[in-house]
Design a protein around this ligand. Structure first.
Ligand SMILES: NC(=O)c1ccc[n+]([C@@H]2O[C@H](COP(=O)([O-])OP(=O)(O)OC[C@H]3O[C@@H](n4cnc5c(N)ncnc54)[C@H](OP(=O)(O)O)[C@@H]3O)[C@@H](O)[C@H]2O)c1
Length: 281
């Protein structure tokens, strides 16, 4: 028996689970392929049905892995991919999306993101996203690695208000977005998708994360993930290529940190008191 994962709303009211799965660095090593597929499918069974990928990952190899991993599961999954900034022109987005769909063995993406901001004018990219939406190739679109000023510019672009989310680096050790970006998104009912929620497995050693983890008999990864998931309007996409890590991440979604635990983490990982430029991994 598993309990349901809490959900978050996209601006159009569609609800998606707060905990999904990342895929960066998957599909790159043939001997790891079977274990990665098992981990991803297990995650979907546990309700972590949002899966994030990108054309960049493994130069398409990660999308191809997902094309196989999601066999028979596609309709249960909320599938997210990203377009490279250098493909973000009016024609480039359409062509890149077709390639992603082919590798993913599907006819539609649930969400398509601009991976980071490049030199193509935002208006062109938005126009292409909207054309894909009208054609039924994508259901929603959004951005990634956009700081507050970029978001301001996006919503001032014709069609830009249709953006569904901003995928950003956010975890207990990298709290910069709390100063202005997260409040800006929340004020517009735009959920933030937290990437590297366990800091790409580079969480600092010997911090209150260890004490909380020891006291609760869980891992520091689970405490860090529970911390991200407690933020309203934030959903997270940890990458876990091992079934035991997937299971632990699911269990972290059921972990409620106490006020004292949150205060201990605040004292060590201090919330920002001034603007910090958005970090990118
Ligand atoms: N938009 C962007 O620019 C951007 C940038 C970075 C990432 N992303 C997306 O966000 C996803 C997540 O970020 P990330 O992959 O950088 O970092 P992450 O999810 O913070 O960390 C992944 C690492 O943590 C390990 N891990 C995960 N859960 C664990 C657990 N419960 N116990 C122990 N170890 C655990 C994984 O190990 P195993 O794999 O061995 O299980 C892996 O080494 C990516 O995969 C990608 O989809 C987007």
């Amino acid at each position: 028996m598993t309990s349901e994962i809490a959900s978050v709303s996209l601006p159009d009211g569609e609800r998606i689970p707060k905990l999904g799965q990342g895929t960066w660095e998957m599909g790159e090593v043939p001997t790891r392929r079977a274990a990665e597929i098992e981990a991803l499918r297990h995650g979907v069974e546990l309700g972590m049905m949002l899966i994030d990928t990108a054309e960049m990952y493994g130069d398409g190899a990660t999308e191809s892995l997902l094309g196989d991993a999601l066999s028979g599961l596609r309709d249960q999954v909320f599938l997210v991919s990203k377009v490279y900034p250098h493909n973000a022109s009016r024609r480039g987005v359409i062509a890149a999306c077709e390639q992603s769909l082919k590798r993913l063995k599907t006819d539609r993406l649930d969400l398509y993101l601009l991976h980071w901001r490049g030199s193509v004018p935002l208006a062109e990219t938005v126009e292409a996203f909207e054309a894909l939406r009208r054609a039924g190739k994508i259901r929603h679109w959004g951005v990634s690695n956009f700081d507050t000023e970029d978001m301001e510019e996006l919503v001032a672009t014709p069609g830009g208000e249709a953006c569904a989310t901003n995928q950003i680096l956010y975890n207990v050790a990298r709290r910069g977005p709390e100063f202005d970006l997260l409040p800006w998104l929340a004020a517009r009912n735009l959920p933030a998708m937290a990437y590297s929620p366990v800091d790409h497995a580079r969480l600092p050693k010997r911090s209150p994360l260890d004490e909380i983890a020891d006291a609760r008999g869980v891992s520091v990864f689970q405490v860090a993930l529970a911390w991200v998931l407690r933020a309203p309007g934030v959903f997270a996409i940890p990458k876990a290529a091992r079934v035991e890590h997937v299971r632990d991440n699911y269990l972290a979604s059921q972990l409620q940190l106490s006020a004292a635990e949150v205060a201990a983490l605040d004292a060590y990982f201090k919330p920002p008191r001034s603007k910090r430029p958005l970090e990118m991994l």
